[in-house]
Design a protein. Structure first.
Length: 173
């Protein structure tokens, strides 16, 4: 038996797994319909920004476009709720496997792949929402929208950094 004790391999695997999960939560804990590239390069605010009078006027949104954006938001939000739940479940299952006395590497690896798939599904839905917004607005208005949000980020007290919201605190996406 090693000087470190019989639970050393379990302890090491546990701490490595916890670090992976902590890193995973840090990179993927924000939730918004459009935070791509691991939440970098955020182009659009979360929530129903099209109801902001200034943006509604600036983009010359028709009532039909507002209705389409509302419907898109509701449908996407429902999917995101389910996808976030699935992600949390897969994260929990991986944590559970890593906390066992003996680590089954095959099971842990398979569960990690499930976690990554759930994360990918969540990112895909966020991207789908962004793509649908782009289709509704067209290129020119979409670019105006992105520029407006960049300006808003520059003017806010915290500066131009990304928005920081966690899965449980974001009321919109």
């Amino acid at each position: 038996m090693s000087r470190l004790g019989k639970n050393t391999s379990h302890t090491i695997a546990y701490h490595i797994g916890k670090r992976l999960l902590k890193k995973s939560k840090k990179v993927h804990s924000h939730s918004s319909p459009v935070r791509l590239k691991s939440r970098q390069g955020q182009d659009i605010l979360p929530g129903k920004w099209w109801h902001m009078p200034r943006l509604e006027k600036q983009l010359a949104l028709s009532s039909e476009e507002i209705t389409n954006l509302d419907d898109l938001f509701v449908n996407s939000r429902r999917k995101l709720i389910d996808l976030k739940s699935a992600l949390q479940k897969e994260r929990f299952e991986l944590e559970n496997l890593l906390e066992k006395e003996s680590v089954d590497e095959t099971a842990v690896t398979q569960q990690f792949k499930k976690l990554e798939k759930a994360r990918s599904n969540l990112a895909s839905e966020r991207f789908r929402f962004l793509l649908e917004v782009r289709k509704i607005l067209g290129l020119e208005r979409y670019q105006r929208l992105r520029n407006s949000f960049r300006e808003m980020r520059q003017k806010r007290p915290g500066g131009p950094g990304p928005f920081h919201r966690g899965d449980d605190t974001d009321p919109t996406h």
